[in-house]
Write a protein that binds this ligand. Sequence first.
Ligand code: PLP
Length: 405
Amino acid sequence: MMYNDINFETYLKNYPDKEGFFGKYGGCYVSPELKQAMMEISEAYFTICKSRKFIAELRRIRKEFQGRPTPISHLERLSSKLGNVQLYVKREDLNHSGAHKLNHCMGEALLAKYMGKKMVIAETGAGQHGVALATAAAYFGLECDIYMGAVDIKKQAPNVARMKILGANVIEVTEGLQTLKEAVDAAFAAYAKEYKDAIYCIGSVLGPHPFPLMVRDFQHVVGEEARAQFIEMTGELPDAIVACVGGGSNAMGFFSGFLNDPVDIYGIEPLGRGTKLGDHAASLQYGTEGIMHGFNSIMLKDENGEPAPVYSVASGLDYPSSGPEHAFLHEIGRVKYDVINDEDAIDAFFTLSRMEGIIPAIESSHAVAYGMKLAKEMGTGSVLINLSGRGDKDMDYVLENFGLR
Ligand SMILES: *Cc1c(COP(=O)(O)O)cnc(C)c1O
């Protein structure tokens, strides 16, 4: 399929280019020593990802350890309540450890093993990426250093406990505001020292090349499975698909299965409390071009051009930029990006729980809310939503802050 002069039949092979660019977005803007490390990872990945042994091992792990393929569920009661449009969800909440993140963490850790590394390093904010990586590291017997701001460590006690039980070292970062940004800086600094023995595992389709490409490849299984399953279930493609976008990994994996199809694609960013800078994390909606954390994309900046403070009720979505590939798909118009605020996400959280017996992550609730909105607007047809994770981690927070609805 051609779209704005881009051939989507060959798109996944041609984008990003060799330097890691999707149009003008992406690249590898890091210090010379980190650039060296990124090139080493890049070369290893391009060789290893074609090896039959690597592919077979990843397939086996997905089936026997992660529990893939995850199913698609038809939301019959919710669909009937809303009208004639049929809603479906791809159940990444049923992936081992409760979200899509393990898909790329298992890939990254398996790559570390093939490269002969002994350790994986990462930062974590809310702790979800840390838990997924600690799970992968335990599986492969790799050491795991997770950098986390002191403020986040206090806020996210259950995830800190999980990481420690899984054998990871949680390293407290006490610089600056003691949250995600400082954790990223500390983890990069540690990696620059230890890159001979370690690999940095980025938590989304973000960071310098080759990470946006690698993480998309490892998440592609979601879109590939979903497309085949949906056709098997219904005999046709969905009319529209929806996913939430923080950094953009669950969305990119899901979308990549459908880019060459006549399917409307929607990426949903968090509008938080409103449109004022600092009240949301809708970077593609309100941001401008800029470089941060090693890549060029669309980002929310403060008056000094630094990454702006962001907010969302979903801690997995509050990042001041999105992956470079989303900036590109936004620019060419292949994917439509829209927003859902806290209130509507919380409503969707309860609606899906009550009507279908599925408690979604608050991140995923943004996609569910938009799917419900689309269903009312479309009148007929079908919508497939990526349910990126389960909501167990959010239950206490929702009850405390929003009460039972
Ligand atoms: C981390 C997380 C997200 C956001 O990350 P993306 O890279 O945008 O997918 C979404 N949903 C869940 C359940 C998460 O844990």
